[in-house]
Design a protein. Structure first.
Length: 336
């Protein structure tokens, strides 16, 4: 057997991980296990701060009318990333819904005085346009806002803004009656609404109040738009106010007062208010079994407006089918 002197080089040991490094890795792994939640929430908080800063940037761009498509897309990316980092945070899903809301003007949906007055006699689906893009956008807003509400359990930082988005999409979904919607969402604290939602709230509240035939509620809204410090932006001329009141009376089935108010809004200009006033007046006559009087009124307006309004012909056609004894001078495509 060979004997090695203390000067003879030792045989080379097999390479391996030093024992102190193994211990360090074990300790690190243990700390990671016990503090994984803290580490997770550290990254989630970072995403939350980033998302809030992106939101504030978008609001400022909106105020200065400098908001671009790329800004909205960047914000949506941040919001989605936030929801992936922390799928239990209601704020993340609210911000996704909010990013989708910013797309509405890009597809032609604006909440201003003009669009409100022009669509009071129409269904909400006609206002948003029956396109797949508009419908899918509003559906996505609804489900993300509803998820935020479900996750919160109670109020969170954008609670009132989230309720506004639900008010919008519930109006679109048309599951609840207008009166129920104003009861559910009419109490939104406007002092906590973001600037871009102030006019939307007034728009939705007015629209649903009208559809519910709530004349008293409408008066309160009109009064509020005239008060000092009002920030809703939507305001009405005296003619528009009479039109709103007339339509409200119509939905309430107070036809006498409705006719009086609507007639006062008609002008020599065949604009949307005049047209809706005429159609509503003719509709009231038809409902009161005075169909011929209603058709005569529509025929007169058809000529006055330049004989290009297909909607008038459609309404007359429906009236004739329901009251076969009535007559029309116009060719509406029915056998004589």
């Amino acid at each position: 057997m060979a004997i090695y002197s203390r000067y003879e080089p030792h045989r080379k040991k097999k390479s391996g991980t030093p024992w102190f490094l193994l211990i360090f890795l074990i300790i690190l792994g243990s700390l990671g296990y016990f503090y994984r939640k803290e580490i997770f929430f550290l990254f989630a908080r970072d995403q939350s701060v980033r998302a809030e800063k992106a939101k504030e940037k978008l609001i400022e761009l909106w105020k200065s009318d400098k908001l671009k498509e790329s800004d909205i897309e960047d914000f949506q990316t941040v919001a989605v990333s936030f929801s992936e980092k922390d799928p239990t945070d209601p704020q993340a899903f609210h911000l996704i819904a909010r990013s989708l809301y910013w797309n509405l003007p890009r597809i032609g949906i604006f909440f201003d005085s003009s669009s409100l007055v022009l669509n009071l006699g129409s269904d909400f689906s006609e206002f948003i346009g029956k396109t797949q893009l508009a419908e899918s956008t509003l559906d996505s807003i609804f489900w993300n806002a509803r998820t935020a509400e479900a996750l919160s359990g109670s109020s969170f930082s954008d609670w009132e803004n989230n309720r506004l988005l639900l008010f919008l999409t519930e109006t679109y979904r048309h599951v609840k009656r207008p009166g129920a919607l104003t009861k559910d969402y009419g109490s939104i604290d406007t002092s906590k609404l973001s600037p871009e939602f102030q006019s939307v709230f007034v728009w939705l509240l007015t629209y649903n109040t009208m559809q519910a035939g709530d004349a008293v509620g409408l008066e309160k809204i009109l009064d509020a738009t005239k008060k000092q410090g009002y920030v809703g932006k939507i305001q009405f001329s005296p003619r528009e106010e009479n039109f709103l009141k007339g339509m409200s009376k119509f939905y309430k089935k107070d036809y006498v007062n409705s006719l009086s108010l609507l007639r006062s809004t008609k002008t020599a200009n065949p604009d949307k208010i005049t047209e809706t006033a005429v159609i509503t007046e003719a509709t009231i006559f038809h409902m009161q079994n005075l169909t011929q009087k209603g058709i005569d009124l529509l025929e007169e307006y058809y000529g006055f407006s330049g004989k290009k309004n297909e909607e008038i012909l459609n309404i007359i056609r429906v009236m004739l089918k329901e009251r076969p004894t009535a007559k029309t001078k116009l060719d509406v495509g029915l056998p004589k």
